[in-house]
Design a protein around this ligand. Structure first.
Ligand code: HT9
Ligand code: FE2
Length: 423
């Protein structure tokens, strides 16, 4: 099922977006590919991890533990090379469509940094920038934190009022993002059946990044998501209590629906890569715990003979994928004596690259309709002012690029009393 809205947005007084958060088209003159960033050598590892965890009280033991994942790979995260490849693929697709839009690259946590990219964009004479991130879903880490870093970069560079900096919508339910997972599940199911036999029970684990329960709550209750739908009849049947897990459940079901051979398989949504003190609750079940529960010595019922991990929470095969899945989860499977496959992430899959460029064309006003699969509508271009807000230790809420400042300040005052040291 694909849903599109056919009306063109009309700006309300003084705003360039409508009541759905759909922005009026603009003649953007540059694209910014914004990503997480990662170390490129052993000397970068600890400074990078300090950037990532700044102000969040992640204990040093945890930093050392995470450092070993990077150290084992020569201190290099695969993510930068993947972003260089994605940037080149987007440039080629823009070129193929005759769009003359230069692409810049800036990261939140490692060079090239977002503020430097903005300065370069400005120095090159561009003024209207559309940002596409390497993050597909709605939560603090994957949406608002990008908007905050963009807002802070505008302040830091003094480009506020000079550069127009917008962000493309979250694209978890864009067909171009979902398609590579459908292909991957189909291929890995065939190959695992070949290994284990046609009748062997196989369990599909849809895996995404765990986040603190409080972040999931801040992403909005699923009812908020329901408001954004054309048809919310299915919502009540879904387990996801928050927008973040509801989005993942919907994508999981859509991926399964795309693979006829997978219709009878059992499946779960699982979470990986949790960090922070054990006292803070994060989304569960952890992928390894779930595998144990299903195929370990205490398992009841039909035990899976193999797992297929579909890393639907991630855009490329970066460290969270190659370490936490290909190393740790695979090891869990080995210990349990069951088969294991991990499907590819979108990476530079042509459908994904084309999908991102489709979203750019929507924003340029060159492409009517806003493609989306599953039962959510295409996500808003402009988040609500308090969307995924995180109140910092000092009670402030950081500025973002796509929120109304006055309303954000109002939220900060409202929430100051409730600050729980999170953030
Ligand atoms: C939702 C989400 C995504 C998916 C969306 C997206 O893709 O954006 C994601 C991606 C990534 N997370 C990454 C790396 C890290 N995430 C950390 C820590 C955290 N992630 C969180 C959430 C997410 N993270 C959270 C709530 C924390 C704790 C609080 C904090 O510190 O913010 C830490 C600190 C150490 C630790 O505690 O593990 C590191 C090193 C890399 C780079 C990998 C590479 O280098 O190849 C990538 C793509
Ligand atoms: Fe992370």
């Amino acid at each position: 099922m694909s849903q599109t809205r056919h009306t063109m947005p009309v700006a309300a007084a003084g705003r360039d977006y409508d009541a759905h958060g759909t922005m009026i088209p603009k003649d953007y003159d540059a694209l910014l590919l914004a990503s997480f960033g990662g170390p490129e050598g052993q000397d970068d590892v600890i400074p990078f991890l300090r950037n990532v965890t700044r102000g969040r009280g992640i204990p040093d033991e945890r930093l050392e533990e995470v450092a070993t994942h990077y150290r084992a790979n020569g201190g290099v995260s695969p993510i930068n090379e993947q972003n260089r490849a994605l940037k080149a693929a987007i440039e080629a697709e823009l070129d193929r469509r005759g769009l003359r839009l230069p692409v810049y690259w800036g990261n939140r946590n490692w060079a090239p940094y977002v503020p430097d990219a903005l300065e370069q964009i400005h120095a090159d004479g561009h003024r209207r920038v559309l940002t596409v991130t390497t993050s597909a879903y709605s939560c603090y880490s994957s949406c608002r934190q990008y908007r905050e870093d963009m807002g802070m970069a505008m302040q830091k560079t003094g480009l506020e009022g000079t550069l127009d900096l917008d962000k493309a919508r979250q694209y978890f339910n864009h067909p171009g993002f979902v398609e590579p997972f459908v292909e991957g599940l189909r291929a890995d199911l065939a190959s695992l059946r070949e290994e284990l036999g046609e009748t062997a029970p196989i369990h599909v684990l849809f895996s995404t990044h765990s986040i603190p329960n409080s972040d999931a709550a801040a992403a909005g209750p699923r009812q908020l998501a329901a408001e954004l739908r054309q048809d919310d009849a299915e919502v009540g049947e879904r387990e996801g209590a928050d927008v973040y897990s509801a989005q993942h459940l919907d994508v999981a079901r859509h991926i399964l629906a795309g693979v006829p051979e997978a219709q009878d398989l059992d499946w779960s949504l699982v979470y990986q890569s949790r960090s922070g003190p054990p006292s803070v609750p994060w989304l569960e079940p952890d992928i390894n715990d779930r595998m144990e529960q299903l195929a370990g010595p205490d398992a009841t019922g039909t035990q899976p003979a193999g797992f297929i991990v579909v890393p639907l929470g991630f855009v490329s095969d970066h460290m969270e994928v190659v370490w936490d899945l290909d190393t740790e989860a695979r090891q869990t499977a080995d210990e349990l004596g069951v088969g294991f496959r991990r499907t590819p992430t979108p990476g530079t899959h042509p459908a994904f690259v084309a999908g991102l460029v489709d979203i750019v064309e929507e924003r340029l006003g060159r492409r009517p309709g806003r493609a989306a699969v599953g039962c959510f509508e295409a996500w808003a271009d402009v988040c609500r002012p308090d969307c995924c807000a995180k109140v910092m230790r000092d009670g402030s809420v950081r500025p973002t690029t796509s929120a109304v400042d006055a309303e954000v300040r109002g939220l900060a005052e409202h929430a100051a009393g409730a600050a729980d040291g999170q953030g």
